[in-house]
Design a protein around this ligand. Structure first.
Ligand code: FRU
Length: 516
């Protein structure tokens, strides 16, 4: 009897402690169990459980988009790094796959990239079955703890079954840390058509280092970039380098992405970029001002896909920030990726990048034209599926001030504003829900100097998914990405502006984590 009552007591305590899911509007019976919990995004990728940070090895191969990522399968905080793995046929719906790479005697498996070795230059496969080759940083935790300066070096592994299993190369490391650099990591490899070579970029603390190779195994150091250029408030991480062509003029430039932590303008982690030239050996730029891909606080370590079938450049970032990434109030998993975004090159007085979620995300979905009510200069609507949707509207240029409020019935709110005098966007999440887990989460208000594309009007879109907001101004010339942790789903939207938006549309986006 005594035994039974203690079981009952334990059961009652467990039931009382189990947090009810109050933040998700998707009905419980339609979503797989692991993806039904507080704050769980419904149309973004997050791992089924445990800790995730940077996207790694983004590569497209025979119909499959691979998303590898920094993963610690034993906890919801950072630890000995593995490469987690998910695949997709359309960049919308993701399937979780077994862990791709595990730590070994050379160290943890830090960030890196993957290529399809079409001509079997590495000899790991055959020309009929070209290998998928991943390059990553080995991080030796023992050397790091002893404060030696040679504990990060690059290794490779190959897969002959399109990423299902990998074999590590027997002669790793392929790029030793010959200069004893404390930070020497995050290799990005790509095929450089003009020089018919593999090119490798990695970061050595305060600069990007460039190498090339004929076979992915033997690498020649060529040059470095950036020691005296760009932002240097923290260590340089996760580089990427690729060409982009301005659609209207046909002009091609090379874009270098560099993540930096800390040192982003709004605090903590952020990703800057440089636009310049690359001749296969050296990257040069005449850019003098700092440029950032996204001035929200939650878009870090982003890189782009290798081997896409067309000229597109698709980018995915880690939707978090090292300032508080390990203490956000999620329970079984921690961290989400940004939506896959298409990068484009544009020019006004200077060259700049735009980034915007790929259009296929909302293709074939029902878009509603919203009947908005006007109260003074405030247009208001509420919608039960707002917290899992895309909202879009246009405004004429020159752009007047606006104030957007996204909120729930508890009065928690996100404010997105444009100040025409300062020509600045801002995003304020100080009253958006739970902010108590970190001193640096609520403030500062995120600010972004406005950048404008050519044209008469500016188009805006906002993607909300339970606990994240991704704001794109003027076709992605301005981006602000932020997490928030509300106590209830956001259902209300208002915009205060002199210029009535011609239309406001809302597209509910279904959960990608359905049973079938
Ligand atoms: C960036 C980063 C990388 C490193 C990885 C470790 O967020 O610090 O430089 O490879 O995370 O998990």
């Amino acid at each position: 009897m005594k035994y039974l009552s203690s079981i009952l007591l334990v059961f009652l305590i467990m039931t009382a402690c189990k947090k009810e899911n109050t933040t998700n509007a998707t009905p419980k019976d339609t979503v797989v169990e692991a993806y039904y919990e507080n704050f769980r995004p419904q149309y973004h990728f997050s791992p089924e459980a445990h800790w995730m940070n940077d996207p790694n090895g983004l590569v497209y191969n025979v119909g499959t988009y691979h998303l590898f990522y920094q993963f610690y399968p034993d906890s919801t905080v950072w630890g000995p790094m593995h490469w987690g793995h998910a695949t997709s046929k359309d960049l919308k719906k993701w399937t979780n796959e077994p862990v791709a790479l595990k730590p070994d005697s050379l160290g943890y498996i830090f960030s890196g990239s993957a290529v399809v070795d079409h001509n079997n230059t590495s000899g790991f496969g055959t020309s009929q079955n070209p290998p998928l080759v991943a390059m990553f940083t080995y991080h030796d935790p023992v050397g790091a703890a002893q404060k030696t300066t040679n504990y990060q070096y690059q290794g490779i592994a190959y897969s002959l079954d399109n990423g299902q299993t990998f074999t590590k190369y027997a002669n790793n490391p392929v790029v030793p840390n010959s200069d004893n650099l404390v930070d020497f990591r995050d290799p990005k490899v790509f095929w450089h058509e003009a020089s018919q070579k593999w090119v490798l970029l990695l970061v050595g603390g305060d600069r990007a280092m460039i190498y090339n190779s004929d076979n992915l195994k033997e690498w020649t150091y060529l040059s470095d970039f950036g020691q005296n250029t760009g932002a240097h408030g923290g260590v340089w991480e996760c580089p990427d380098l690729f060409p982009l062509t301005i659609e209207e003029t046909g002009e091609t430039k090379w874009v270098l992405l560099i993540s930096i932590n800390p040192g982003a303008p709004n605090g903590g982690s952020g990703t800057q970029y440089f636009i310049g030239e690359f001749d296969g050996k050296t990257f040069t730029t005449s850019q003098t001002e700092e440029k950032w891909i996204d001035l929200g606080r939650d878009n870090y370590a982003g890189i782009t896909y290798n081997n896409l079938p067309d000229e597109q450049r698709i980018f995915i970032g880690w939707m978090s920030n090292w300032d508080y990434g390990q203490v956000t109030p999620t329970e079984k998993w921690r961290s989400t990726m940004t939506l896959p975004r298409k990068l484009e090159l544009h020019k006004n007085e200077a060259y700049f990048l735009t980034n915007k979620p790929i259009e296929t995300l909302t293709e074939n979905l029902q878009t509603e034209n919203l009947q908005i009510q006007k109260k003074n200069e405030i247009y208001v609507f509420s919608h039960p599926e707002l917290n899992q949707s895309k909202i879009a509207f246009d405004l004429p240029k020159p752009l007047n001030d606006f104030n957007i409020k996204l909120s729930n019935t508890d009065g928690e709110q996100l404010l997105i504003s444009y100040d025409s005098e300062k020509q600045e966007y801002s995003l304020d999440r100080s009253k958006s829900g739970d902010t108590t887990f970190s001193d640096s989460f609520a403030l500062p208000v995120m600010k972004a100097p406005a950048n404008f594309k050519k044209g008469e009007s500016a188009d805006f879109s906002i993607y909300i998914d339970t606990s994240s907001v991704e704001f794109f101004g003027d076709g992605g010339a301005n981006a602000l990405t932020a997490q928030f942790f509300p106590s209830k789903p956001y259902t209300e939207f208002s915009i205060e502006t002199k210029d009535k938006p011609t239309t406001i549309t809302l597209t509910p986006i279904p959960s990608i984590w359905k049973e079938n």
